[in-house]
Ligand binder design. Structure first.
Ligand code: AMP
Length: 161
C-alpha cells in the first residue's frame, strides 16, 4: 500500500493473506516447518501484527505464546527495552517472569524492516536469560538490511522484497 501510514512509506499489508484460508495455513505451516527440529518452549509475538501469526505457530509447535507489548499495557512486573527509530526512540515491554532462564524462544513478527524492533525484542528475551533460537518473519524488506542488526542469529523469512 503506497504512502501508508505517511507519504513515502510502502506499507506491506498482510490482512489479505490472513483472510485467505489456504494462504494463511501455508504461512503457518512454512514457519512451523522451519522450526520443526529446533527446541522451542516459547513463541514470542511482537505487538501488534506479530500477534496474527505467533499464537498459531506456538500451537503448531506445541509451545507457549508470550506477547511483547507497547509500554504500560502489561499488568505485572515487566522488563523493558528502548530502541532507536529513524526519528526518536521507542520502547517495548514483556512480563519479567514470562520466560524462565534457559527456555528456548522463537520471535515472530510480520515484517522485518530495519531490524531495530526484532533486535530489541531479542535483547528483552535475553534479559530473562531465554535462548533466542530464531527470528521468523512473513516478509523481509532486504533493502533495509535488517539482518545486519541480527547478525549471528537464525533469521528466516518467507517472502523477500
Ligand atoms: P523495523 O524495526 O524497522 O524492522 O520495523 C519492524 C516493525 O515495523 C514490524 O513490527 C513491522 O510490522 C513494521 N513495519 C516496518 N516497516 C514496514 C512496512 N514497510 N510495511 C509493513 N510493516 C512495516
Amino acid at each position: 500500500m503506497p504512502d501508508f501510514p505517511k507519504p513515502g512509506i510502502n506499507f506491506y499489508d498482510i490482512t489479505t493473506l490472513l483472510k485467505d484460508k489456504a494462504g494463511f495455513g501455508e504461512t503457518i505451516d512454512a514457519l512451523r516447518n522451519h522450526y520443526q527440529s529446533t527446541p522451542v518452549d516459547i513463541v514470542v509475538g511482537i505487538e501488534a501484527r506479530g500477534y496474527f501469526f505467533a499464537p498459531a505457530i506456538a500451537l503448531a509447535l506445541n509451545a507457549g505464546f508470550v506477547p511483547v507489548r507497547k509500554p504500560k499495557k502489561l499488568p505485572h512486573a515487566v522488563c523493558r527495552v528502548e530502541y532507536e527509530l529513524e526519528y526518536g526512540s521507542d520502547c517495548l515491554e514483556m512480563h519479567a517472569d514470562a520466560i524462565q532462564p534457559g527456555q528456548n524462544v522463537v520471535i515472530i513478527d510480520d515484517v522485518l524492516a530495519t531490524g531495530g524492533t526484532a533486535a530489541a525484542v531479542a535483547k528483552l528475551v535475553e534479559m530473562s536469560q531465554g535462548n533466542v533460537r530464531g527470528l521468523g518473519f512473513v516478509i523481509e524488506l532486504t533493502f533495509l538490511k535488517g539482518r545486519h542488526k541480527l547478525a549471528g542469529r537464525d533469521v528466516f523469512s518467507l517472502i523477500q522484497y
